[in-house]
Design a binder for this molecule. Sequence first.
Ligand code: F1P
Length: 346
Amino acid sequence: VRDCMRGRIYPIEGKVQLGGIKDYADKLKNVERIVVIACGTSWHAGLVGEYLIEEYARIPVEVEYASEFRYRNPIISEKDIVIAISQSGETADTMAAIELAKERGATIFGICNVVGSSIPRITDAGVYTHAGPEIGVASTKAFTAQVTVLTLMALYMAQQRGTVKQSDLVSMLTELDEIPTLIEQALKSDEKIAEIAEKFKDSSNCLFLGRGSGFPVALEGALKLKEISYIHAEGYPAAEMKHGPIALIDEDMPVVFIATKNSSYEKVISNIQEVKARKGKVIAIVTEGDKTVKEMVDYIIEIPACNEAYLPLLATIPLQLLSYHIAVLRGCNVDQPRNLAKSVTV
Ligand code: F1P
């Protein structure tokens, strides 16, 4: 996060340092639609971007799997801005989706981690996340970095379009500055998370539920568990549970809730009650000091309070740690999971 912040926006001076994206200020000001294309974890970061850009800049956003987009006949034109997100900068599906959008005249921005990789070379402008090399195959810090860049982009667009008051933008950026410190605090739960992992290491399934921007966090938590521990896991919007996944819940089903104190807190509490009524085992990611959820669930993992916009940056950390500890306890190689490649180039 700190590294991404070096390229932060400066709303007071009206300057922006988001790579070459600043050269497209006019286009961003007037664009009617943004399409995000990405795969895997990067796609989840794109979903967080959708929440942030729609909430703050009020621009409609569509988030597409590059692996689907490239093979269909999408409606995309020179009016659109496409944001392509990729840790490696080499993902073949994302590259093919970019080429298709380019052929149809769209302006392409890239958010990539690996300097000198292929995707930045075929985009019009972009941002390097500078998250350092990902040692493991499964993306972790790249996600945090991608979300940070998308946050900065959303706030920049909000500034350009005047959808958020200047003073509010300044205080949001001040709060963003605090996120690295809050992440350090969140990491202190590591020992407790290892103990929780011990209880669930033999599970065959796991559900992850969240609302709002907690939903992409739930998806990412499920993906990490699948990727590195080979436990079948699904992420769902908590409100969608009653439309199907609720049938899966019994005493053998661990359910991880993103239950922090934000605008959907009360509703998440009622979803937790629904799971507990069916004897599901609940692990809840809660805001530090929360007593209400603590009394209802089997295990809690606390994260520091933060602006709702930054929830994904903090709430993803304990989920990554949970997957890590479960995978280690199951004897899995967390850095080189079976069947997965760092760059999916086919
Ligand atoms: C996309 C991705 C990763 C995943 C794994 C396979 O890569 O799906 O999210 O963790 O490494 O590839 P990228 O386009 O972000 O490099």
